[in-house]
Design a binder for this molecule. Structure first.
Ligand SMILES: [Zn+2]
Length: 297
């Protein structure tokens, strides 16, 4: 079983990890069959071919709050929250979102080309988005994995940002044993490791502060950063220090305007980005077959 499961896994190693977001949802086939046969009065055979053609929308596949017949679970032997059906009635749908762009296009094309084509085992859906929207999706995902009550998140969030910002650098190794992250005015760009400390050049450090602020600003009062708890005014003051705002061409006086401009700069703003969703329907197709067999017999 483990071998078979492994074989089915897709290989995303040629893509930067931060460019791929994974979503998993479950679909209850008992619920669907029930709708088609009991409510719509279709014969099981017709219901089967209709259901096989079913292609869920990206919204259904990636929603945080699932609606019938979709549901989310972490359990090993879950039951359908709507009709209590056991696991053999559930189909798992994995969806992978790949950010388009120079760093991913070639690897994405190769990956999609390598997928089996028969029976629509995989669906590829393209959507247009903006750099800003993709950034905030990423931030949202990051926040879910952080414990804001433990100080370790500050370093975790810094590392996640650096990985996203510069996927080619081996950040895992660089962060090994890091206990503190500091600003270094000696560095014009990049970073330097010294013992358990990681020094970042002011531009990188400021971007990391901004990410920390955005992660935690709704948490208690003000945002929490490597520089302690900061109100927006404090943050803007730090950003002004060393001519950072000037160097970014930000001349606004209003702090909310400045934040807007900083975010624009950090995220890439309205610049268009294409998103490619790879929907893995293999488990769905398998389960539809076995469920139909059970119905027909
Ligand atoms: Zn159900």
């Amino acid at each position: 079983m483990a071998g078979a499961a492994k074989k089915r896994e897709l290989d995303f190693t040629a893509l930067p990890p931060s460019a791929v977001t994974e979503y998993t949802t479950r679909l209850c086939l008992a619920c669907i069959f029930d709708i088609f046969t009991a409510q719509l009065g279709l014969a099981p055979r017709t219901a089967y071919s209709e259901i096989k053609k079913h292609s869920p929308s990206v919204e259904e596949l990636t929603a945080r709050d699932a609606k019938r017949p979709y549901f989310h679970t972490e359990e090993k032997h879950p039951r359908c929250p709507y009709c209590d059906a056991a696991k053999r009635w559930h189909a798992r749908l994995d969806t992978y979102r790949i950010e388009g762009g120079k760093q991913t296009d070639a690897a994405r094309r190769a990956l999609i080309k390598s997928l089996p084509k028969s029976e629509d085992q995989f669906l590829i859906v393209e959507k247009k988005s903006t750099r800003r929207a993709v950034f905030f999706d990423w931030l949202d995902n990051l926040m879910r994995g952080l414990d804001l009550d433990e100080d370790a998140w500050l370093i975790e969030a810094t590392r996640a940002f650096l990985e996203r910002n510069d996927p080619k650098t081996g950040w895992a190794e660089i962060f090994e044993g890091v206990r503190a992250v500091r600003r270094s005015n000696r560095l014009e760009e990049g970073f330097e490791r010294e013992g358990a400390r990681l020094y970042l050049s002011p531009p990188l450090y400021n971007d990391a502060l901004l990410v920390q602020y955005l992660v935690s600003r709704s948490h208690k009062h003000g945002g929490r950063t490597l520089e302690g708890r900061l109100t927006l005014m404090d943050l803007v003051r730090r950003m002004r220090y060393g001519g950072y705002l000037e160097s970014r061409g930000i001349t606004e006086r209003d702090q909310f305007e400045i934040l807007e401009q900083l975010v624009e700069h950090l995220t890439g703003g309205d610049a268009p980005v294409k998103l490619y969703y790879v929907v893995d329907r293999r488990d769905f197709l398998d389960k539809v077959k076995t469920v139909y067999a059970a119905y027909a017999s």
